[in-house]
Design a protein around this ligand. Sequence first.
Ligand code: PLP
Length: 460
Amino acid sequence: MSKLYHSTRGLAPEIGIREVALAGLAPDGGLYLPKKWPHFSVNDIAAMRDASYTEIAFRVLRPFMQDALPGDVLRGIIEKSYAVFDAPQITPLKHFGGIDILELFHGPTLAFKDVALQFLGHTLDYFMQGSGKRITIIGATSGDTGSAAISALADRKNIDVFILYPAKGPSEIQRRQMTCVAAPNVHALAIDGSFDDCQAIVKAMFADGAMRDECNLTTVNSINLLRILAQIVYYFVAARDVAPHKPCFVVPTGNFGDIYAGYAAHKCGLPISKLVVASNSNDILTRFFATGKMEPRPVQGTLSPSMDIQVSSNFERLLFDLCDENAEQLRGLMQSKNGFSVTPAQLDKARQIFMAGSANDAETLATIAEFQKNHDYTLDPHTAVGVTVAQGLARTLPHPIVCLATAHPGKFPETVAKATGFAPQLQPKVASLIKGSERLISFPSNRQKIADFIRAHRLN
Ligand SMILES: *Cc1c(COP(=O)(O)O)cnc(C)c1O
């Protein structure tokens, strides 16, 4: 098997895509990346003009998969993954004056996480078939990753799933999407802490070699490269929809996974004019792109909980590029506990493609109200952060401006009602799923206790 993937920290062996998917985080604490990105020429991209979502997915993902997923298997996985979406275009693009909205929420749990997790679930399942082994998936979630992972992995053979979420983080619907699922192989654990605490516990479990080996740990967080790869696809699809114009993308950002997928699309040859990071009041990334300093502050709860993050894991992948793939320099930056700075030259390089802006809760509500009034279209609070930032920058941004709609408004009825005066309908497919009784499991932010629970509750 060709070993085409390496770790950002430079201290882990190079491996193939199957091992990357099954490992999640590299054993040296780094994130996996391809040693060389595939390149799509202008002609390859032009030839996508008349291709469907699933056909574009096949063309984009094929070069990453090598023989680990033979062509017909990859096609089958893509077909199954997107058959559960309720829009024929999978990710429809809607036009509202100067702003285009790329709807990424047509999957089973109504957030963009489904796009990657459906694919990841089927792919992991394929990789595990006939292996005689089980894997244990652990993940941290502020709400949407957990529900999308549980939806994709419930009742799968050979896979146990443990999802950590901040007890006070998710909306009621997000929580019920995790706790009302009765499958014996999935467990959602409410942690008395923030998303960053949950993510730190997950990373520490990976760093524990004994546990990692005993449980065959992997993760469905966007540190798993397979998720990023599946998300590259819709940047190509949106570019098809605005062709021949070169799009600028505005991305509501938390862990930097979604926008990194846009950057990866660009590295694969897709023409993109700007990638705009949109943050809520947890604006560490906006401050970074202004100053070159990454300075964490305490996490604030906002109306866009899936973006209440201070430590954006995937930023390390960009940083690796900014360090010209010098793993030693990157390790130095990542080891400093209280943030780090990049050089002015590195910041300039990042700013060639990235811009950033932030929106607070009041602005988010105002945008939801205004968009409803002007366009009769309901934005979810995360998407509204992006639209607020896009409108603020509209005069300086190249058009067309594509704002990624990362969740369906029905997932956040209280916030939407606060802005518009009425709560959006929750789709029946979700409403029926979250009716049952909840299985609530609570833990202090204590790694040992959680590790003991995981060891005791894996199925055999
Ligand atoms: C996860 C999520 C985000 C943030 O995406 P990242 O890849 O973590 O940057 C934004 N909006 C919604 C609705 C999400 O679920």
